[in-house]
Each structure stands twice: as C-alpha cells, then as structure tokens.
Design a protein around this ligand. Sequence first.
Ligand SMILES: NC(=O)c1ccc[n+]([C@@H]2O[C@H](COP(=O)([O-])OP(=O)(O)OC[C@H]3O[C@@H](n4cnc5c(N)ncnc54)[C@H](OP(=O)(O)O)[C@@H]3O)[C@@H](O)[C@H]2O)c1
Length: 242
Amino acid sequence: MTTFTPGTYLVTGASGGIGAATVRRLVAQEGLEVFASGRDRDKLAALAEETGATPLPFDLTKDDEVAQAVGAHTWTGIVNCGGDGGEIATPQDTDMDVFDRVMAINARGTMLVTKFAAPGMIEAGRGAIVNVSSQASLVALHGHISYGSSKAAVDNITRVSALELGPHGIRVNAVNPTVVMTPMSAWYWDRPETGGELIRKMPLGRYATEDEIAGPICFLLSEDASMISGVTLPIDGGFSMQ
Ligand SMILES: NC(=O)c1ccc[n+]([C@@H]2O[C@H](COP(=O)([O-])OP(=O)(O)OC[C@H]3O[C@@H](n4cnc5c(N)ncnc54)[C@H](OP(=O)(O)O)[C@@H]3O)[C@@H](O)[C@H]2O)c1
C-alpha cells in the first residue's frame, strides 16, 4: 500500500489525460487535499465534480497567475504535468514562435511553479515534486527538436532543484513517458508511418496508458520513494535503453 505524507497536493495539467489520471489516484488516498490545475475551467469543474479535487486554474505562461495561485499554499507535493506538444518539424523548418511557446509552457512553466512552491516547502522542511518530462529528452526523435529541448530543460530543472532543495528535505524527480494516446500525441503517433517504427523498436511493443504514467508519478510523490531524488525515470517499455 502506497504511503503519502498527509497534506496539500497540486497537479498541473489536470484538465488533460495524464494529469487527470494522477488526480484520480491521489484523491483515492485518505487525507490528501488535491488541487487540480489547468486553463480549461469546464474540464477542471468536471474533474472536481467526479473526484472532489479543488480546481485551481492558472496559465503556466503568466508569472503573476502562477505566483498568486502557487504561492498561496504550502504544498506537500506537486506534479508539474502541464505541457504543450508543439509541432513536428526539422531544425530548419522550426517555427520559432512555436519553439518559444513550448519552452515557455514546458520548461519555464515547470520552473515558475518550482520557484513559487519552494519557499513554503523549505519553511515546512519537507516536500516532493514530480516533473512530467518525456522520452523525447532522452533520445533523439525525428521532428521533436522543440518539444525534446523543452523536456531536456525539465530534466535539468529536476536535477538542479533536487541538488538545491534536498538539504531542506525536498525531493525532486521526473518521469519520462513514451507515447500515451492523449490528444497531445494521437494526431502524430496514431499513424502507421510514424507510430509503427516506434512500436517496432520498443521491447514491450505498445504505447503506455495514462494510468501507467500516473502510477510511477504517485510512487515518486509518495513516502515509498523517500530516498529517491534527482532521477529522470523512463516509462517507455524499454525504448530509450537502446
Ligand atoms: N501524451 C504523451 O504521449 C506524452 C508523452 C510524454 C510526456 N507527456 C507529457 O505529459 C504531460 C501531460 O500530457 P497529456 O498527454 O496528458 O496531454 P493533454 O491531455 O494535452 O494535457 C495537457 C495539459 O497541459 C495543460 N496546459 C497546456 N498549456 C498550458 C498553459 N499555458 N497553462 C496551463 N496549463 C496548460 C492543459 O491544460 P488546458 O487544456 O486546460 O490549458 C492540459 O491540462 C505533458 O507535460 C506532456 O508533455 C505526454
């Protein structure tokens, strides 16, 4: 049975597939107060109705919104799951506005939440942060220069935050999932000419489910992972080890 420190937990990207699956798992744990974040207020309200989580809408690209929402609580645990898939493009064809947007949401957004959550966690002398990165930061994937670069930044934010916050009793880890067929990825990977090659190279030979990502996220957030910090954990059926 997974053990969590009782307290207040934040999941960004909760209006999306992996974030909502994570909220569902966390609210099933006794004694946890779970805040569900994203921009889509209707989706957050529906998730709140279903689970009892509290909606906390904010835009990860707006410093004042993040500061106000995140800084208003002392968080026991945070899942930085909000993200943008960007575009599939070669370096020479990359749209720099898309590059900037993906970096702003995935990398800078993760940094902002960490920045405004850390003071309360430091004061409390404990906390756990799990950043949702990607297999695209671990290996070179065609067309993923913007997205993969943003997730490589997330991996570094994870390691340096683990180094700096560890002495305050705060653990910081990342998960690096393979493809999950949420709207973010289905438009590209759910085609034989793209998905086929990835599946052929993956020892387990299939995509992941939302729950297969939410499970390891919750493990890293929990007391069961009390001696784990600074890792970037592939959840990719063995794809990135080759
Ligand atoms: N699906 C995959 O294959 C896959 C693989 C590896 C890693 N990941 C990562 O897993 C995470 C969740 O992805 P998902 O598949 O669940 O995608 P999703 O269903 O498209 O969800 C994306 C989430 O990010 C939020 N978001 C996007 N831009 C935002 C912004 N500016 N401010 C606040 N929230 C914002 C969305 O909220 P709103 O819609 O309410 O704005 C939504 O909740 C992402 O970080 C993604 O990069 C996904």
